[in-house]
Design a binder for this molecule. Structure first.
Ligand SMILES: C[S@@+](CC[C@H](N)C(=O)[O-])C[C@H]1O[C@@H](n2cnc3c(N)ncnc32)[C@H](O)[C@@H]1O
Length: 212
């Protein structure tokens, strides 16, 4: 490759990577719309806000529930200190394969967020410092929603942080209201933040001090 050709190599690689990410995500969403709950991965603006929730010092352990193609994982990874543990629990087999190929630093578990406590205990992890979740909470039935949220709260250290993403336009639905109430029952502190640079805009819930 000549010196003149070099600068074009990286953008082409990046574009190919993005196309593969979007194709894998979209195909999975087409086959399993209720599992994925979105047509495209979330934006880098969403990822930047989510990453702020994870500790940047010490030896933290962070779990992502539903990492998909890893659109939030890069931001989390670049903020985590050396020695941190970063796990992702993903239900979609093709998404798991994509993550294992493109994010080799992520400890990817092909499994269900509802099995969080047993996944952690199999790895000798008692508690985690942050749970980042982007599973489609509002599409889950009442019992499953309560179960997964309970597992996340139980897994956290007393000062650990839980974050969930929901679509802002869906916030008035009954399921979304039920989820919000449940967050207030489960955590002592529940804050919100909106990222407008995503289609549709995203409402972040950032929760601390689980009441367990
Ligand atoms: C809205 S997508 C978010 C993907 C990615 N984190 C992002 O922000 O672009 C939801 C993801 O959660 C996964 N998922 C849904 N239910 C799950 C469950 N019970 N356990 C683990 N992953 C789940 C889906 O397969 C999908 O990858």
């Amino acid at each position: 490759m000549t010196a003149q050709q070099q600068p074009t190599g990286r953008p082409v690689q990046a574009l190919t990577g993005k196309l593969s990410e979007y194709r894998t995500f979209f195909q999975t969403a087409m086959h399993n719309p209720r599992m994925v709950g979105a047509a495209t991965p979330t934006s880098s603006a969403v990822a930047a806000t989510v990453a702020q929730v994870v500790p940047s010092t010490g030896n933290p352990t962070v779990v992502e529930l539903g990492p998909g193609t890893g659109s939030l994982s890069d931001g989390i990874h670049s903020r985590l200190p050396r020695g941190a543990r970063h796990l992702g629990i993903e239900l979609g087999a093709d998404l798991v394969a994509h993550l294992r190929e493109h994010k080799p630093w992520l400890d990817v578990v092909h499994g269900d967020a509802g099995d969080l406590i047993s996944v952690l205990s199999e790895r000798g992890i008692d508690q985690v410092d942050a749970v980042v979740s982007s599973i489609p909470w509002s599409l889950l039935d009442d019992e499953l929603q309560g179960h997964i949220l309970g597992q996340a709260a139980k897994a956290l250290t007393p000062n650990g942080a839980f974050t969930a993403l929901t679509y802002l336009p869906a916030e008035r639905t009954r399921n979304a209201r039920r989820f919000r109430e449940r967050l207030h029952e489960t955590f002592d502190e529940v804050l919100t933040h909106t990222t407008w640079r995503n289609f549709p805009p995203i409402l972040h819930y950032i929760c601390r001090r689980p009441r367990v």
